[in-house]
Write a protein that binds this ligand. Structure first.
Ligand code: CIR
Length: 266
């Protein structure tokens, strides 16, 4: 898909001790490396021609760098989410400003206190949405997306991981990259059963490599997974540029590559 704008956010120092953490890797975050990796990510978006709206970090919101969770954008419409974890709900305030700046029509889920969605659960294929039935996103949230965007929205069970996109993401048009483990396999089965369009699945054995950012003939992939890179290369066209980005530090607080931006065609 084609995009011209990204919304990113700075990293508060409070993430290091106060970030929500499900990941088994409890090793300490290397702050300098984390900041360098995040700068490389936003620079890479800019190099691909995107205008990057960079929201300021907020120390009272340790996880605010993960902008993906605070909104879901579909063409010229955006849903501001009522995030699943109470500690993250106020992230939406800065996001509202960014989306107003981008000029999209806004639907506000925070007006429905029982509806919950984290953007990390939302796999948007271009014509329909698969949404994790997870710790963070529920049926009322899925219904809100369906009502706002007017496209099919299907719930997919997430057992172990944090979000649906902890195990999968779009690799290209109608092509889903997904982890080759128990969770990924059962998600692929559910997606296939619910889908209104045909999709091909590309399975990778590194869970972390199943989260890629695909846009404007470019795919951002996490660095350090050579076997998965090879599979990705074999499954995208020669015209697609692969950009490897280090994500070791934000991964310690369950952050994947898609988490750190919202892409918009404003
Ligand atoms: C959280 O648990 O909410 C954060 N530590 C990680 C959020 C990652 N976001 C994403 O996958 N979209």
């Amino acid at each position: 898909m084609e995009y011209n704008t990204a919304v990113c956010r700075g990293i508060p120092k409070s993430l290091i001790e106060g970030g929500l953490r499900l990941e088994n890797d409890h090793s300490p975050i290397d702050e300098a490396l984390m900041r360098r990796q995040h700068d490389e990510y936003t620079d890479a978006l800019k190099k691909c021609g995107l205008k990057v709206i960079e929201l300021p970090a907020d120390e009272s919101l340790p996880d605010c760098v993960f902008t993906e969770d605070a909104a879901v954008v579909f063409v010229k419409k955006a849903v501001l989410t009522n995030q699943g974890h109470p500690a993250r709900r106020a992230e939406v305030n800065e996001m509202r400003k960014a989306l107003e700046q981008a000029g999209v029509e806004i639907f506000d889920m925070t007006e429905e206190p029982d509806s919950h969605v984290d953007g990390g659960d939302v796999l948007f294929t271009g014509s329909e949405i698969f949404i994790g039935d997870s710790k963070r996103s529920n049926k009322a949230g899925a219904d809100f997306l369906r009502k706002s965007f007017g496209i099919p929205v299907h719930q997919i069970k997430v057992d172990e991981g944090l979000h649906l996109k902890s195990n999968c993401s779009m690799l290209g048009l109608n092509k889903i990259i997904i982890s080759n483990d128990k969770d990924g396999k059962s998600m692929a089965k559910e997606i296939m059963e619910a889908a209104q369009n045909p999709y091909t699945f590309v399975f990778v054995s590194d869970i972390k490599a199943s989260n890629v950012v695909s846009f404007n003939k470019t795919v951002f992939i996490p660095a350090g997974y050579p076997e998965s890179r090879k599979i990705i290369e074999e499954n995208v066209g020669k015209e697609i540029k692969l950009v490897e980005l280090g994500n070791t530090e934000l991964a310690k607080v369950d952050g994947c590559l898609t988490c750190c931006s919202i892409l918009i065609n404003a």
